[in-house]
Design a protein around this ligand. Structure first.
Ligand code: SF4
Length: 330
């Protein structure tokens, strides 16, 4: 049964930091902090929509630093989530938080409320990049938190960013390798979006920071997908969720509502280049995994057009024997 999350966004509340890229109100698209009644109402609606799938679904507190929020408020949210689990049969809870806000005491508390998965906002494993982006924690905080989480038996998730101030392609790939070495079950990858009112926006406006181009970010996104797949780490998100507030507050950076699709299309473009670059033009059938035809053709057929211009007549057909991100030429 497919996994489902019931996302509940807990904005900036309680976070004493001001990371270079963060304006949680824009990122989560939500202004107000939810209370217990809202958590229960959201879960009731979600349970109605999920039907049988509710038993595989998690109540997910995202958007802020969950374990850093006021303790009484955190307990209010967790108590409401536990009530919803008992009433509707949700599998458990997942939360996202900062690496320096994890210790054995908080983990014991979370376990008591049915928390199953903890996602750490890692962003980078380079202390210089972390400091430049005012993260307020170090790479060793990440490693320590990851160890605590794994030892306590939670599912470990990690979130990283592409395009941070003073980071580059090599730095991002190093962070990905470091993350994979910590063996998280899941990863979320967020390409940078420069949002009004942030330190990054100020640096950008003064010409001191340039985010990666869309092409650079898509190429790196494709590399990261392939890398984590090779290390058996599931990439459960690539790109920020679409949000009207985010779109309104965006100054620059990488935002596309189908960013992952672009990166997957780039993976297929590379596969096609490998297959067709030396292939004589003419009629060619491309056998692709079912459900992947649009990724293979790319947006606006961008993956096929260069070959069609060279005289190829390409036909894309689904074939269940072709593994993901492979193509067979007939
Ligand atoms: S720690 Fe999280 S919530 Fe706090 S400023 Fe940084 S990104 Fe925003």
């Amino acid at each position: 049964m497919r996994h489902a999350n019931v996302p509940i966004f807990v904005p900036h509340i309680g976070c004493p930091h001001a990371c270079s890229f963060c304006n949680q109100r824009s990122i989560s698209g939500v202004q107000a902090a939810p209370d217990a009644a809202e958590v229960l109402a959201t879960c009731r609606r979600a349970a109605g929509m999920l039907g049988e799938r509710v038993s595989g679904a998690q109540i997910a507190f995202f958007g802020g630093s969950f374990t850093a929020i006021d303790r009484a408020y955190m307990l209010e949210l967790l108590t409401a989530a536990r009530e919803a689990m008992q009433a509707y049969g949700f599998a458990g809870v997942r939360v996202s938080t900062r690496p320096d806000c994890i210790d054995p005491e908080i983990l014991e508390l979370l376990a008591g409320f049915g928390v199953q998965a903890i996602e750490l906002g890692v962003q980078s494993l380079d202390d210089r990049v972390l400091a430049a982006n005012r993260r307020g924690h170090s790479a060793s905080d990440v490693r320590r938190a990851a160890r605590f989480i794994r030892e306590a038996g939670f599912e470990l998730g990690m979130q990283m960013m592409v395009g941070l101030y003073q980071d580059n392609r090599e730095g991002v790939l190093r962070t990905a390798r470091g993350i994979a070495d910590m063996q998280p079950q899941t990863v979320r990858i967020y390409p940078i979006v420069v949002i009004k009112g942030t330190q990054l926006a100020a640096l950008y406006e003064r010409g001191l920071y340039t985010p990666p181009t869309m092409d650079e970010a898509v190429a790196l996104g494709a590399d990261l997908l392939a890398f984590f797949e090779g290390r058996s780490v599931r990439v459960i998100r690539l790109g920020l969720h679409a949000s009207e507030t985010l779109e309104a507050d965006r100054v620059a950076g990488i935002y596309h509502p189908a960013f992952r699709e672009l990166c997957e299309g780039e993976r297929y473009r590379r596969v096609l280049d490998g297959l067709l670059a030396a292939h004589p033009p003419g009629g060619v059938t491309l056998l692709v995994p079912p459900g992947h035809a649009s990724k293979v053709t790319g947006q606006g057929r961008c993956n096929l057009l260069p070959y069609e211009k060279r005289g190829f007549r390409l036909k894309v057909c689904a074939d269940a024997s072709v593994p993901p991100f492979s193509v067979r030429v007939v």
